[in-house]
Design a protein. Structure first.
Length: 252
């Protein structure tokens, strides 16, 4: 969680866009940067060995397990893909991921418009306080169900765009961790889906390759991959002992 923000804060004037794909080996319940957190069941969380962490970007809770593919895109200040409009800044990423999902075989792929997202928020479902239970502008649907969640953080040096793409969505487990009932799980499963349902056979490697190619084709940018440096590894290890990120191992 801390590493993309660290990269963002350390950008210099000559920086180029950086992207990082990641998965985890130990599950986490990731809370967004909200004024008040939704209730969670800490007994279930402890029983299942799940770590509660907080991301610096907004949005509702996300179950980050080995089936969630996460993308961080760090853009220097003034880059054309960052933009000044924090809503429109999502458009290129949502559209590129939609292109990638079509290439992977997903059908009825759609990018949520601003008006549609606002209308959806006016009639929230039972699982709306979970990230994948609600809709925001330029997130992606397949077959009418959300398959890509987006969030964003901004600092003086630039912008961080984040996307979550579930390879498989475990609605029941998220419901348990949040202390919710079967109706919550059913609503979430009806609202969202993993790639196993909409693009069977599209694993992590295929999805990463398709999204990277779609970004290149749509906006003409080759995002530079980046991995943990030695001093960043030390910082992440230190944070694990003090900042509720213990138990999460990021693999890139």
């Amino acid at each position: 969680m801390a590493r993309p923000i660290g990269l963002l804060q350390s950008l210099d004037a000559d920086a180029v866009p950086i992207h990082s794909w990641s998965t985890v080996s130990t599950p986490g319940l990731v809370l967004g940067r909200l004024a008040a957190d939704p209730p969670i069941d800490r007994g279930v969380i402890a029983e299942e060995g799940v770590t509660v962490v907080r991301r610096s970007s907004g949005g509702g809770p996300v179950l980050w397990d080995r089936d969630l593919l996460a993308l961080d895109v760090v853009l220097p200040r003034g880059h054309r893909l960052a933009g000044d409009d924090v809503v429109e800044a999502y458009r290129w990423l949502g559209e590129a991921i939609a292109d990638a999902l079509r290439a992977l075989g997903a059908r009825d792929v759609a990018v949520i418009g601003v008006a549609e997202a606002r209308a959806a928020r006016a009639r929230p479902g039972a699982a709306a306080d979970a990230c994948f239970g609600g809709l925001s502008p330029y997130e992606v649907l397949a077959g009418g169900r959300k398959v890509v969640g987006l969030s964003q953080a901004r600092r003086k040096p630039g912008a961080l765009l984040q996307a979550g793409i579930p390879l498989r969505l475990d609605a029941r487990r998220l419901a348990r961790l949040m202390g919710r009932d079967a109706a919550f799980a059913a609503s979430l499963a009806a609202t969202a889906a993993g790639l196993d349902e909409v693009a069977p056979g599209a694993g992590a490697a295929q999805t990463i390759a398709a999204v990277d190619a779609a970004v290149r084709a749509r906006v003409g940018v080759d995002l530079r991959g980046d991995t943990l440096r030695a001093h960043e590894t030390v910082a992440v290890t230190a944070a694990a002992a003090t900042d509720r990120v213990g138990g999460i191992r990021v693999s890139e």
